[in-house]
Design a protein around this ligand. Structure first.
Ligand SMILES: [Fe+2]
Length: 159
């Protein structure tokens, strides 16, 4: 039996999907603005992680007949945000280390509102943030394998 989702759940699901699409464009744009090839590659990986997360919940939008804002609009918005962002790598990483843990709370909040049958897809969404934070923590320590959590996520959908 299917549980009837609340409007708040549906609105939040759509919003978080849209934010991942924005995020993909955001990180691609950041990558373009950076000079260091290693940093560029890491931001491109982050964009792929965002894309993977968005794709993992897209079937839920379809299931509920939710229409996200057009991807061109979302990408343009992500790009605009990236244009205002710092290109100093340490500051960039430090900024994300501050904001990303809050997103975990948001995603867990979404899981808490969700019909149980939606959880497998939502857990893939939550895991992308866990993987990103693992990357940030390793990167802040200067670990050479810092991107491994993102590679692992892109292979398995788990953190
Ligand atoms: Fe994200």
């Amino acid at each position: 039996m299917t549980t009837t989702p609340t409007q708040k759940y549906l609105d939040t699901l759509k919003l978080y999907y849209e934010e991942e699409v924005e995020g993909e464009a955001y990180f691609d744009c950041i990558a373009e603005r950076l000079d260091d090839p290693d940093h560029k590659q890491k931001m491109r990986l982050m964009a792929r992680v965002e894309n993977y997360a968005a794709a993992s919940v897209f079937p839920l939008l379809e299931k509920y007949g939710l229409t996200p804002r057009p991807s061109e609009t979302l990408s343009a918005s992500g790009k605009t945000q990236a244009e205002d962002s710092t290109t100093d790598w340490s500051n960039l990483i430090a900024g994300m280390r501050k904001t990303f843990p809050g997103y975990i709370d948001d995603f867990e909040g979404l899981e808490a509102m969700a019909p149980v049958e939606d959880l497998p897809m939502l857990k893939i969404l939550t895991a992308h943030e866990v993987a990103a934070i693992k990357f940030l923590e390793l990167e802040a320590k200067g670990e050479p394998g810092s991107a491994n959590p993102m590679h692992h996520y892109l292979k398995t959908g788990t953190a």
